[in-house]
Structure formats: C-alpha cells, structure tokens
Design a protein around this ligand. Structure first.
Ligand code: 5GP
Length: 211
C-alpha cells in the first residue's frame, strides 16, 4: 500500500526538526524526508545526512527540470523536496514526513496531493525568542528577522489539519505520534487489512455456539 505523506511546518526555532527526528525513531515505518538546499552546511552538519547540500546553480537546474515536489526561498537560501525521492518512499509503502516551511506546504496543498498537514506552534513569543537566542550564533539582525518571519508564519496555522504546541518536548512528540497512528487507522487507509481479516473470519468454519 502507498505510504502516507505528512507535512510539518513551524516557525524557525520551534524545534520541529528535532521533534520529527525523535518521532521517526519511535514510530515504525515512518521516514523523514531529506531536503536539498543551496545554503552552506553549518558546523556539525553533514551532506546526505542533514540535507543534500548543492550549489545554487545546481538547485536552479533542478527547478528548471521539474525535479522538486516543492521548493522555497527561505532567509535567502533555496530549499526543496525532491519529487522522485518522495515517490520512491511512498511507492515502497513508507510513510514520509516533510519538514518544510509554510510556502512549501502551500505548494503541496495547491497540487491537490493527499497529505496530512501539521503545524507546530511555539508556546509564546518570549519562549521562541529565548530558543532562537539560545541555539544559534546568529547575529542580532538575523534573530530579529527570524522573529518577524515567525510572527507572520504562525498566522498560517489555519491552513493545516492539526496544530500542536511544543511546550514540552516529549509531550509534543507523543502528540505527533498520536496523529500518525490515528491517520493510519482511518478507514480509507486501514480498509484493505481490515477486509483481509474479515475475509479470514468468513472463510473459517462457523462454530456451533449452542455446544
Ligand atoms: P534551516 O536553514 O534552519 O535548516 O531551515 C530553514 C527553514 O527552511 C526551516 O523553516 C525549514 O523548515 C525550511 N526547509 C527545510 N527544508 C525545506 C524544504 O525542502 N522545502 C521548504 N519549503 N522548506 C524547507
């Protein structure tokens, strides 16, 4: 059976990548998509692990050849999800999570693709600012820019199917896991295995309940 496509968005600093990395560790048959980006690798990041790092020219060639399911310019760098990678996972029956920004999520929605979209909200502006300052060596200007973009991005939460607040890491991962499991149990998804079980009941000889 074809895998389910999940889209997770959140403002920068909400911790969505760490959340989804943990999620795919604890939920079987769930994979996190690896994006392509034109930005330089940060210290500690590895090509083919955190992202596929490519230069801007190569990225633009990929856009030109229609190789992206979606792509966006985020903070001056290009980020995109490879269409063939996505199809390979889904065709193999693996559920896939794209961790992408609001612009990318909109592109996926406009294509009319089946997807389950989840928005992760930071609990408050103060906490988001603290997280942005705590985690990065970004300049004051870059932090201000991320906060301004976050203020704008969170207004997009209504475009998503689910909203979770990242107030506490483990609780948030649990909520994300609950969404994945609930989506897998939907009749439209679970019909075939359910029919197989029901068929086995039909085929089994009926027991005499009076005995
Ligand atoms: P960072 O540079 O901090 O790793 O990511 C910056 C932003 O780019 C994050 O909001 C992240 O979700 C977004 N992003 C990462 N990969 C993709 C992608 O493939 N497509 C889109 N549209 N956004 C992405």
């Amino acid at each position: 059976m074809r895998g389910l496509l999940f889209v997770v968005s959140a403002p920068s600093g909400t911790g969505k990548t760490t959340l989804v990395e943990r999620l795919v560790e604890i939920v079987p048959n769930l994979t996190m998509s690896r994006s392509y980006t034109s930005r330089a690798a940060r210290e500690g990041e590895a090509d083919g692990v955190d992202y596929n790092f490519i230069n801007r020219q190569r990225f633009e060639e990929m856009i030109h050849c229609g190789e992206f399911l979606e792509w966006a310019d985020v903070f001056g760098n290009l980020y995109g999800t490879c269409l063939s990678d996505t199809e390979r996972h889904l065709e193999a029956g693996r559920d896939l999570v794209l961790v992408i920004d609001v612009q990318g999520a909109r592109q996926v929605r406009r294509q009319g693709r089946e997807r389950i979209a989840i928005f992760v909200l930071p609990p408050s502006p103060d906490i988001l600012e603290r997280r942005l300052r705590g985690r990065s060596k970004d300049s004051e200007e870059a932090i201000r820019r991320r906060l301004a973009v976050a203020r704008q991005e969170i207004t997009a939460f209504e475009e998503y199917d689910y909203v979770v607040v990242n107030d506490e890491f483990d609780a948030c991962v649990e909520r994300l896991g609950a969404i994945v499991l609930a989506e897998r149990a939907r009749l439209a998804v679970a019909r075939r295995p359910a029919e197989e079980i029901v068929e086995r009941f039909r085929a089994a000889p009926a027991t005499d309940v009076t005995r």
